[in-house]
Design a protein around this ligand. Structure first.
Ligand code: LMR
Length: 393
């Protein structure tokens, strides 16, 4: 039967990772996959993670199953990290998931179970895997305008106009912060306007928050998510620990569900059921580390300090790049790079020029011109700026 299988479309981001590995040039620059790198190109294990791992190795005396919904102290700690005191803890149901992608997948499946006709509104553009998973699940996708190719900021009027066409029973997917792939984000008043549209349409919001702490700080990055969660009766939140704890391969994430008006046993029971059907118990190792860090004053303080260093480092790189481009191009048309937040910025150029920069200068960015700012360092900023100007972007 397997001879009937057909080739699947390769994932563009993962393909680029492979191409970069195979490129033998020594001066190549990797701005592809969304993985944080320090100035030496290394993706470090964060100090608090290493310390927690050490403590865990000493103290852990069993590897038996934890809970189907994850360890309750992990779920509590993450709900607090993401939502603060925006909503009462008792109104948040949750399951630990394998990474943020696991949470996204469960959220879509839950939506499909609740309403097989649900349309999912996604920003244009969005993380390509959102679209791929929705397509795989056979769910209808509606693109809403998001990125303005001229200003490289948010096309907010277009976004609101498109969101107004949603209706009750639809899902609106929003990026909590550090929009992937563009780096262009909503302001506080813009979040308020989105909430008004949610009220008017009755559509259910889903927030994917994978980069909390990478944009304007831990609380600032969660502000939009908290506003939405506090304002609407129903909400889904998919959060990832991959980036802000640097535990990519541990697969640590959480799906939160606020469903006022739904029987709490049914809401939590359905989340548990989905975990059981898809992978049974969620992974625990990364979740345990995160719990230890968030619940220990010293580890938490060290984690926050290191995360802040990473965030500020990315901001400095953004400013250096914008400045370097201003000098080399003689114009300020790249000023948006310093305004964007998070790991990514969309340069806003054609895939042909992206390819040209790869071929001519060994610059690896995603085909839609998304750059991982953390892939730069003080030495490669001028190389990138030169390649951008030389390619005629
Ligand atoms: C990215 O967007 O590069 C990351 O989220 C990694 C991935 O899995 O695509």
């Amino acid at each position: 039967m397997f001879e009937h299988l057909t080739a699947q479309k390769p994932d563009g981001i993962l393909m680029l990772m492979q191409m970069y590995r195979e490129d033998t040039r020594t001066d190549k620059v990797d701005l592809g996959v969304g993985v944080y790198k320090d100035a030496t190109g290394n993706t470090p294990i964060m100090r608090a993670v290493k310390a927690a791992e050490h403590q865990l190795w000493e103290a852990q005396d069993t590897k038996t199953y934890v809970g189907l919904a994850g360890a309750p102290d992990f779920n509590d700690a993450m709900v607090n990290l993401v939502l603060g005191d925006a909503v009462p803890r008792t109104s948040v149901h949750s399951v630990a998931t394998p990474g943020g992608t696991g949470a996204v997948r469960q959220a879509f499946e839950l939506t499909r179970m609740a309403n097989p006709e649900a349309r999912v509104f996604v920003s244009n553009p969005t993380w390509p895997n959102h679209l791929s998973i929705l397509d795989y699940l056979g769910m209808e996708t509606v693109l809403y305008r998001y990125f303005d190719d001229e200003t490289r900021g948010v096309d907010f009027d277009g976004m609101i106009a498109d969101l107004k066409t949603a209706k009750k029973g639809d899902l609106i997917l929003l990026h909590g912060c550090c929009h992937n792939p563009t780096g262009a984000n909503l302001t506080g008043p813009q979040w308020d306007a989105v909430i008004a549209v949610l009220h008017d349409t009755g559509a259910t919001p889903m927030i994917d928050i994978a980069y909390q702490g990478f944009g304007d700080g831990l609380d600032a990055d969660a502000a939009g998510t908290r506003k939405v969660a506090a304002a609407v009766p129903e909400c889904l939140i998919a959060a990832s620990c991959s980036k802000n704890f640097g535990i990519y391969r541990e697969r640590t994430g959480i799906l939160m569900l606020i469903a006022n008006g739904t029987d709490t046993g049914i809401a939590q029971g359905t989340l548990n059921f989905l975990n059981r059907q898809n992978y049974s118990f969620p992974p625990d190792h990364g979740a345990r580390l995160v719990t230890m860090i968030l619940n220990d004053d010293a580890l938490r303080a060290d984690w926050m300090a290191e995360l802040e260093e990473m965030r500020l480092g990315m901001l400095t790189l953004r400013e250096q790049l914008a400045k370097e481009l201003e000098t080399r191009s003689g114009s300020n048309r790249f000023g948006f790079l310093a305004e964007h937040r998070g790991m990514f910025s969309r340069l806003g150029t054609s895939s042909d020029l992206v390819e040209k920069m790869r071929t001519d200068s060994g610059i690896y960015m995603v085909g839609d011109s998304r750059m991982n700012i953390a892939g730069l360092n003080a030495q490669t900023v001028p190389i990138l700026a030169e390649a951008i100007v030389k390619a005629g972007v």
